[in-house]
Design a protein around this ligand. Structure first.
Ligand code: APR
Length: 243
């Protein structure tokens, strides 16, 4: 990776994995409609009914293991292989960017394929198979939980993510409703001269002022952008892709 090559920062949400078969959260038939947040994704839910929370994430984990990276994940990895500086900041807890071959991936909301201790967040354990059950404990003897960030918890990688966005030549945002803070506020950390682009079927409604909209699904819109960048060796947004 050449350090003087253009720096593409990519900020992804559930929409980039939708075409891989992983449900998004806020669609009418999304995960939060079926499983209310306060019952499965808060510290209070964990205290009240840990078995239910574990079961929810055990099912999500199986869905992630069955899924495969799609054309959007693969295009971003190919761009990095070609020599572009590509930093990915994802809200997703799946590993589809890594499986596509991307090497610089920061998971803002954690990783479902890891368990962690409930008494020491630094004690993490990979979960190559199976789930987490009540009674599974860390080396200090405490119950394991999914290594994900729940509503009401801090986002430990947020300052690092702000630093990465602050060094972008272009910010590509893909498949996120920008509904969750502090993640959505990352867009405000883009340098003044760096353009931002949102690829999302709902881009017209979601894009904040000043953000270019590409109203397409990720597996179409992202590879189309990447093909232009690969051909031209620079980061720009061709007018033919807008709308
Ligand atoms: N391609 C691109 N975008 C898509 C596609 C697709 N094929 N299908 C749906 N989308 C878009 C939707 O239009 C929506 O804007 O993906 C977005 C999904 O939004 P959310 O379900 O709100 O997911 P996300 O923005 O990632 O949620 C942020 O909230 O629930 C928490 O921690 C969870 O990380 C998650 C965070």
């Amino acid at each position: 990776m050449a350090d003087d090559s253009p720096h593409l920062v990519v900020f992804t949400g559930a929409g980039i994995s939708a075409e891989s078969g992983i449900q998004t959260f806020r669609a009418a038939d999304g995960l939060w409609a079926e499983h209310p947040i306060e019952e499965v994704a808060t510290p209070q839910a964990w205290r009240r009914d840990p078995a239910r929370v574990l079961q929810f994430y055990n099912r999500r984990r199986e869905q992630v293991r069955r899924a495969r990276p799609n054309a959007a994940h693969r295009a971003l990895a190919a761009l990095e292989r070609q020599g572009f500086r590509v930093s990915i900041i994802t809200q997703n807890i799946d590993d589809l960017h890594e499986r596509a071959g991307s090497r610089r991936v920061l998971h803002l909301h954690g990783e479902i394929l890891k368990a962690r201790s409930t008494v020491d967040a630094r004690m993490q354990y990979p979960l190559p198979r199976g789930g987490i059950e009540l009674g599974d404990i860390c080396d200090k003897g405490s119950q394991l939980r999914p290594d994900v960030v729940w509503f009401g918890e801090g986002v430990p990688h947020f300052p690092e993510a702000c630093g990465i966005v602050g060094e972008a030549d272009l910010l590509l945002v893909v498949g996120t409703s920008l509904a969750v803070m502090p993640a959505a506020s990352l867009l405000e950390h883009t340098p003044l001269d760096a353009p931002s682009v949102l690829v999302d079927p709902e881009a017209d409604i979601l894009a904040p002022p000043g953000v270019t909209r590409i109203r397409q699904p990720a597996a179409k819109g992202v590879p189309a952008l990447v093909r232009h960048w690969q051909r031209e060796g620079r980061l720009w947004v061709p007018e033919t892709l807008l709308g």
